[in-house]
Ligand binder design. Structure first.
Ligand SMILES: [Zn+2]
Ligand SMILES: [Zn+2]
Length: 190
């Protein structure tokens, strides 16, 4: 198990594998016979002992040696972003993902990522947008209330018909009715 003698794999297949790593079939076979395995990460031959076991593979060994496998977590190493100064896992030497995206979206300026906007400013913008949305909703609702009153004045009382003509759900028509009663009650003392 795990020795993978050259004769176990057809020569044609071994020749393809050999050319893929830039060597001859003879050289390839010599390494196999010597009990070595090509490491896809280091791009060199190691003894079988250098590889961890992997039962799912035909030779029972991982494609990368143990040392190469250990190197992988470095992709997510912690850096202090030179832009936003946060200590955060990152893939580049300098910037966190957020700063990299800002830099990319700004057209990759030579000066680096534009500074992040202060969170207060971002929140203020969000609040303003929400308020605008709320005002629009209120304006639309106000218009519908007028339409609702008009339709009632024409003698339309059917809830489904009212809902259809107003472009709202029947449950909303109920809300309009409640609102109208409330408005009328307010108007009486005044
Ligand atoms: Zn290796
Ligand atoms: Zn950053």
């Amino acid at each position: 198990m795990g020795t993978n003698p050259p004769d176990a794999t057809p020569a044609r297949v071994r020749a393809v594998a050999a050319s893929r790593i830039g060597t001859t079939l003879t050289d390839y076979d010599q390494h196999l016979t010597a009990g070595e395995k090509w490491c896809t990460d280091c791009k060199e031959w190691h003894s079988h002992a250098a590889f961890a076991k992997d039962a799912s593979r035909s030779d029972g060994l991982q494609v990368k040696c143990r040392e190469a496998a250990k190197k992988r977590p470095r992709k997510h190493r912690i850096i202090t972003c030179t832009c936003c100064k946060r200590e955060i896992p990152a893939r580049t030497n300098e910037w966190c993902a957020a700063c990299f995206i800002r830099w990319d979206q700004a057209g990759r300026p030579a000066a680096g990522p534009p500074l992040p906007r202060p969170i207060d400013e971002v929140n203020a913008d969000r609040q303003a947008a929400l308020a605008r949305g709320r005002q629009t909703q209120l304006a639309m609702a106000a218009g519908r209330m007028e339409d609702f009153e008009f339709l009632l004045s024409t003698g339309e009382t059917n809830r489904s018909a009212l809902a259809r003509r107003l472009g709202v759900q029947p449950s909303t028509v109920e809300l309009y009715k409640t609102q109208l009663r409330r408005d009328q009650r307010k108007q009486v003392p005044a």
